[in-house]
Ligand binder design. Structure first.
Ligand code: NOJ
Length: 555
């Protein structure tokens, strides 16, 4: 592993949801010029890299995850030259640049899919996707019972060039996102060529969208699980053939001087992802199990142990408490927790729970949670706006909602728009400084209460969420590096507390509603920081985390 890749495996990576980061040209949509302008804000936090959500040409039915051209830049976001300049500038700030690659599906506007629509059934053009004839007397029923992740059938029927109702194509997500046929070697070749195209531009690696997707069970048989359609459809995901893809991608990146690969592998909580991070596959996979845990020490500890064990010996996990698909951490941790021992589906639903929220409690917990994650061995991904302590915007007016999940579920599932709101940069400016566009013309509306969270306000306060976040990031490098293996200090039955040693430091998180007295046997005297402003080494306030420096703890 090269030094650059190793740095990312233990580094801090800032996730840029470009559409909502900063608008450089005043059209109400974030863009590359805006990102370039604000790179110092990311570098100042102490990050090692940025991951940019898909910025390729796309009709934006799933906000960039429906790609129509994998070798270009969406004109809404800028030009190709803007992108090259971004890479250059980011590198100058010491930030590596990760793109988002979407291999499971493209857009219906992609040239290959358009060619498929205009070709005959069984043609080579159709064979790049998963087309099948329908069931029923006249093929009027979908080829199987699979459900789309976004709701409804996973199949849509096309009209043949002759004008007759024709075959069906598979889409695990929106109908605007046809799935590639990875059993066709042409698809594998195409993606290797795409990776190389971006490596030639200086890109340092990729976040891989639905990395456990791509291959489907060869027979495309019905989902026969007893609780269909609410269970996990094992025929759609996690097929053994998927690992050949990542072996070839790893070899490709290694040949190109070492390129980093991290996979979005959303398997049900408790299902191992270890195979994805074998030494010749991806460097890391996101440890989503931790993200979906309730604010309870035993559950969180089990998720941490699980993630560490499944990649033991090879590497460390990629930790994340938020991203563009789940509710913001402040909101999740400020809500009533799901019942004990919930099903995997309930845990994942908890990531987008619309229950009443105690923002103050959520804010304390979110800061303690990031202190926990930053102390763990591995990399930490920070979703833009988390450093401001932004809550989810739950009450977006229905007419403004854009997420295909909202549209396909006819409003039953409100979707993910609330964590994708344009960032508040300056409380005193129009659109909180995100854009000079006319008010009310942003692609998603900002709530008035965003002013309180604006970076401009937080910069002026030494105890703001942002100031504390920054402090944690700075201390992380001093205390928890070089990275070492985690050793638990707390017994499993110590109560609602997590305590562990890693690197030169110890992290103790008190998840309880009362303060915690640190046992003297833990020998923790050198307090470096407490997230709630506590200043006694031996007392940890409720819902807060303390970091300690232990000079003699080199492992
Ligand atoms: C996962 C992405 O994070 C999400 O935003 C997207 O909708 C789906 N994959 C489909 O690409």
């Amino acid at each position: 592993m090269t030094d650059k890749v190793a740095k990312l495996c233990t580094g801090v990576i800032y996730q840029v949801y470009l559409r909502s980061f900063y608008d450089g040209n005043g059209d109400g949509i974030g863009d590359l010029v805006g990102l370039r302008e604000k790179l110092p804000a990311i570098a100042d936090l102490g990050c090692d890299a940025i991951w940019i959500n898909p910025c390729y040409p796309s009709p934006q039915h799933d906000h960039g995850y429906d790609i129509s051209d994998y070798r270009s830049i969406n004109p809404e976001y800028g030009t190709f030259a803007d992108f090259l300049q971004l890479i250059e500038q980011a590198h100058a700030y010491g930030l590596q640049v990760l793109m988002d690659i979407v291999p499971n599906h493209c857009s219906v506007e992609h040239a290959w899919f358009q060619a498929a629509l205009h070709s005959a059934p069984d043609s080579p053009e159709r064979n790049r996707f998963i087309f099948r004839s329908g069931r029923g007397e006249n093929g009027e029923l979908p080829p199987n019972n699979w459900q789309s992740v976004f709701g409804g059938s996973a199949w849509s029927r096309i009209t043949e060039p002759s004008g007759e109702a024709g075959q069906w194509y598979l889409h695990l997500f929106d109908s605007s996102q046809p799935d590639f046929n990875w059993r066709n070697p042409e698809v594998a070749q195409e993606f290797l060529s795409i990776l190389n195209f971006w490596y030639d531009c200086g890109v340092d690696g990729f976040r891989i969208d639905v990395a456990h997707g791509n291959f489907k069970s060869a027979d495309l048989g019905d989902d026969t699980s007893p609780d269909f359609p609410y269970s996990y459809n094992w025929r759609m995901w996690n097929q053994p053939e998927v690992h050949d893809i990542y072996r070839s991608w790893r070899a490709c990146g290694d040949e190109r001087g070492g390129k980093y690969l991290v996979g979005e592998v959303w398997l049900p909580a408790g299902v191992a992802k270890g195979e994805y991070v074998r030494p010749d596959e991806l460097h890391q996979a996101f440890a989503f199990d931790l993200l979906v845990q309730p604010w309870k020490a035993p559950e969180m500890r089990a998720a941490i142990d699980f993630a560490l064990t499944e990649c033991a010996g090879n590497n460390f996990p990629a930790w994340a408490l938020a991203n563009h698909d789940v509710h913001r951490a402040v909101t999740r941790y400020g809500q009533n927790q799901v019942a004990d021992n919930p099903s995997a589906a309930a845990m994942i639903a908890a990531g987008r729970n619309f229950a009443q929220t105690d923002i103050e409690l959520g804010t304390r917990r979110a800061l303690a949670a990031i202190a926990l994650v930053l102390a763990l061995p591995g990399s930490t991904f920070i979703y833009q706006g988390e450093e401001l302590g932004l809550p989810e915007y739950l009450d977006i007016p229905d007419a403004a909602r854009q997420d295909p999940i909202w549209l396909r579920s006819q409003g039953v599932d409100k979707g993910r728009d609330g964590c994708r709101i344009p960032l508040p940069w300056d409380a005193e400016k129009q659109n909180f400084g995100f854009s000079t566009a006319e008010k009310h013309t942003l692609w998603l509306p900002q709530p008035e209460w965003f002013a309180k969270y604006a970076r401009s306000r937080q910069e002026k306060l030494s105890d703001s969420f942002l100031a504390k976040y920054r402090k944690l990031l700075k201390l992380r490098a001093e205390i928890f590096h070089p990275i070492g293996n985690l050793q638990w200090l707390s017994d499993k039955d110590v109560g609602n507390v997590l305590a562990f040693r890693a690197g030169r430091g110890v992290c103790v998180v008190n998840l309880a509603a009362q303060e915690f007295s640190v046992p003297s046997t833990w020998n923790l005297t050198n307090l470096a920081f407490n997230t709630a402003g506590g200043c006694q080494a031996e007392i940890i306030p409720a819902n807060s985390a303390s970091w300690y420096i232990c000079e003699n703890s080199a492992q």
